[in-house]
Design a protein around this ligand. Structure first.
Ligand code: MN
Length: 265
């Protein structure tokens, strides 16, 4: 074997594991339907402008409830099943393989730890909610699709506990503070930042992220009309939410077709 051939072989041997380390693949034994829900949710929220280059959709691990699944650091419109990674209860990647991680994964870790009922978390910077995160006007449901807001929408201000920061949920301590503010609710607004919505599955958490944004935009319009606004009562909210959850597959399947149409282009 010539020196040149030996050199080429050595270069190939050194190159191969590097390529393998970068090759994305989802964690083993996750039902494809769950991976698909995370992909559909990420892409549809990007389509609707609820997520832009930032924000993320996660799901609790189906067989290890202390762990959760979310994409590697990637714009939500680009997420595929291969990009989904597994994280432990403190937000550490189980098998990072050199992939970059979302800085704000601690939002998800802390909420899963504090809320055993939550199976999915969405974090957005949705433009509609920002005004309600920085003013004293509470976000309230004014139409039936946003009925889940009737239980109350807490606003979390990072500065109250942490003083001046870069506004990001960059560790578990900040994540815990946010999860405490969420309490038993479906949505928490984050002052000057966005929101986090939760649900018993990915579809519901995504539905809530979308309709929180739609309701916020409509509420700003209604306030602009300048007269008294009649919001859904707590009782109406509870009744309407039950119906919304019962028919969620109808709207989810529509969103899925839209996303799959775009993915196949
Ligand atoms: Mn954020």
């Amino acid at each position: 074997m010539s020196r040149r051939m030996i050199f080429a072989l050595m270069a190939w041997v050194l190159w191969l594991p590097g390529i393998r380390a970068q090759a994305p693949s989802p964690p083993a034994d996750i039902p494809p339907a769950l991976l698909e829900d995370i992909v559909i949710g990420s892409r549809i929220l990007a389509d609707f402008g609820v997520l832009d280059g930032f924000g993320h959709v996660s799901a609790r691990h189906p067989t290890n409830p202390k762990h959760f699944l979310m994409s590697r650091s990637l714009a939500p419109a680009l997420v595929t099943a291969e990009d989904i990674m597994e994280f432990d209860e403190d937000g550490n990647a189980v098998d990072a393989r050199g992939r970059s991680l979302f800085l704000e994964r601690f939002i998800h870790a802390a909420i899963y730890k504090m809320r055993p009922d939550v199976m999915s978390v969405v974090h957005t910077h949705s433009p509609g909610v920002i005004p309600f995160s920085v003013s004293k006007t509470p976000l309230k449901p004014l139409f039936h699709n946003a009925a889940f807001l009737a239980a109350g929408v807490p606003v979390w201000d990072i500065a109250k506990e942490f003083g001046p920061t870069d506004m990001l949920v960059r560790d578990n301590g900040i994540g815990r503070s946010l999860a405490r503010a969420l309490g038993d609710k479906a949505v928490v607004l984050m002052r000057g930042h966005g929101d986090a919505t939760v649900g018993p599955d990915v579809k519901v958490a995504v539905f809530r992220a979308y309709y929180t944004d739609v309701n916020a935009r409509l509420q700003s319009q209604a306030i602009g009309l300048g007269s008294v606004i009649t919001y859904l009562s707590t009782e109406e909210g509870a009744k309407a939410d039950t119906i919304n959850l019962a028919v969620i597959d109808r709207i989810w399947n529509l969103w899925k077709l839209r996303v799959q149409g775009e993915m196949s282009k």
